[in-house]
Design a protein around this ligand. Structure first.
Ligand code: FSO
Ligand code: SF4
Length: 545
């Protein structure tokens, strides 16, 4: 195996025997094969698209497959075997639709690919896996593009689950995948990467539309972090559609429901407030799940990543269920219903009824719900605070949390920021500072949480609105600094989206991605002013200067 797609990659270089995340060599190799097959299917679907005969089933399959390969989404080799078989059968289905003559050579080769040949290609590093690109700059750009479309696929799948789809997004994902197999120049690949950022903005806008159309606009909300008295289900991941289906199916069942990690922003939406048995948010960010799940006592449902393998001493594994693109050997999996109906959560609900209620680990409330609509409603107050000097600077600290000790930087940074600054956050990065008492400025909380990582889109809209209100030409003239923490591939697509909106001088930490070769990193530094992080004191000094 060779994988360097996330921030925690071994020694900052690459995982080669087993992932730091827990991914086995077997699963890593299956994932590489699956990604390779999505490239072939993309080429066929692009060819069919020219005759307006593209397959929706393949669009969905590619998005699902990419999501399955995102860090901490799926560790189950059997699920990947099944997906690989499905890729071959989809290829056969599409074959019948293709013209019999004048097919490009690469499609002809893909149509005759066997599983055995795929295995040989993988073993000899031919076209399958990261190391199949020998030139480190080409490899870097191809992987940056691949990780970008993996993140895009995750957001596209959430939108699709809510009934919002855009063929342009599917088409771009397929073009991007196909382009990684072509003999493109460095400049052509850079163009694709920049285009990926533009499509990221479209994808996040679509997901924002899906979420707000279905659940209303997030509003300023205090979320309980204590516990109730009944047996309960803890819902993790990002998929609001699953959460809503579960809440419907647990109405009046005597079961209470809690959110974990990235499901916290559900509480900010009006539609979720009507569920009185949605009690609050339990625990902390994804990497605390061993402790959080142990003390929760009830059933846990993963709708998306981040899953971490339970410790051998853990007692909660038999209480965990996965659904959607997620999977883990030993966890039970809830399948999609085949007839377009809601998923059937009855087994999980029955299981929850046999469990003890959650143990209390903290009490109190956290505040959030500051997505674009809520912040625009406060615009006058915000503008006044900036004009009067009460707010000197905003810090966008969106992104991810992670296990590395060095991430304590973000808690310290938040704590030591001057009191006339406001943090704009989204994603699980917020757990580094959303329970600190950072106070408010004339009623504006000093941590404004917009929501999940995809709600970084809201942060961009807020910046664009401020630019308009202050009559500025350039988004970078605003008193906004960007100090973003990344971990997995959804953060990569968020970064590309911000770059495409013209945001410059983003600081990225705790380390820069190891998949950026020195030359590719230099291009990002030169054109976008991307930088890493240093010490908290020095960084605050330079940001405030
Ligand atoms: Fe976090 Fe995990 Fe949302 Fe990611 S829970 S790390 S970028 O999956 O998607 O922010
Ligand atoms: Fe390593 Fe990250 Fe890949 Fe897991 S996802 S194998 S930790 S680089």
């Amino acid at each position: 195996m060779f994988c360097y797609q996330c921030q925690e990659t071994a020694q900052g270089c690459g995982c080669t025997t087993k992932g730091v995340c827990g991914k086995t060599d077997e699963v890593a190799n299956l994932q590489d094969k699956l990604v390779y097959l999505t490239k072939g299917l993309s080429k066929i679907n692009l060819a069919l698209r020219q005759a307006a005969k593209q397959s929706k089933e393949v669009n969905h399959f590619i998005v699902d497959s990419l999501f399955m390969t995102i860090t901490n989404a799926n560790f189950d080799p059997q699920r990947f075997e099944v997906q690989i078989q499905k890729a071959f059968s989809l290829r056969e289905k599409l074959k019948a639709e293709l013209p019999k003559e004048n097919l490009p050579q690469d499609i002809v080769a893909f149509l005759s690919l066997t599983e055995q040949r795929l295995q040989q290609m993988q073993e000899s590093n031919q076209q399958v896996g990261v190391l199949s690109s020998e030139n480190e700059d080409m490899r870097s750009l191809k992987e940056l593009l691949t990780y970008g479309v993996k993140g895009m696929a995750a957001y596209a799948q959430h939108s699709a689950n809510l009934g919002y789809e855009d063929d342009e997004i599917y088409s771009f994902i397929q073009q991007a995948l196909a382009s990684t197999t072509e003999a493109l120049s460095v400049d052509e690949l850079i163009t694709m990467v920049l285009k990926c950022g533009e499509m990221a903005v479209k994808t996040m806008a679509l997901l924002d539309k899906a979420n707000t159309s279905k659940f209303g606009n997030p509003e300023s909300t205090k979320v309980n972090i204590g516990v109730g008295k009944r047996p309960a289900i803890l819902v993790s991941g990002h998929d609001f559609n699953d959460l809503q289906d579960l809440l419907e199916q647990t109405q009046d069942s005597g079961i209470e429901v809690y959110t974990h990690c990235e499901m916290l922003p559900a509480h900010y939406y009006p539609a979720f407030k009507q569920y009185k048995h949605l009690i609050g948010n339990y625990g902390s960010s994804w990497w605390h799940q061993n402790e959080d799940f142990e003390s929760f006592n009830g059933v846990i449902l993963f709708t998306t990543n981040c899953i971490i393998p339970p410790k051998s001493s853990s007692t909660y594994a038999d209480r965990v269920y996965t659904t959607g693109s997620t999977g883990f050997t030993g966890f039970k999996h809830i399948e999609q219903s085949s007839n377009g109906k809601s998923k059937d959560f009855s087994a999980l609900i029955a299981h929850a009824k046999t469990c003890k209620p959650p143990a209390e680990i903290e009490q109190g409330e956290i505040i959030g719900g500051f997505a674009h609509h809520q912040v625009f409603a406060l615009a006058d107050k915000v503008v006044e605070a900036v004009k009067s000097g009460a707010v000197r600077k905003f810090f966008v600290m969106a992104g991810c949390d992670g296990r590395l000790k060095s991430r304590s930087y973000y808690s310290e940074f938040a704590e030591l920021l001057p009191k006339d600054t406001v943090i704009l956050t989204a994603g699980c990065a917020k757990y580094r500072y959303n329970k600190l008492s950072l106070g408010d400025i004339s009623g504006i909380p000093r941590v404004l949480d917009a929501g999940q990582c995809n709600d970084s889109y809201s942060l961009a809209l807020i910046a664009l609105k401020l630019k308009e209100v202050f009559g500025l030409e350039d988004i970078n003239s605003l008193p906004i600094a960007y100090n973003i923490a990344w971990y997995e591939q959804k953060a990569v697509i968020v970064l590309l989206a911000l770059l495409s909106l013209g945001v410059k001088n983003i600081h990225l930490g705790p380390t820069l991605p190891s998949f950026l070769s020195p030359n590719v990193a230099a291009v990002l530094v030169k054109n976008f002013g991307i930088a890493g992080i240093g010490s908290v004191d020095e960084d605050i000094k330079s940001f405030m200067a």
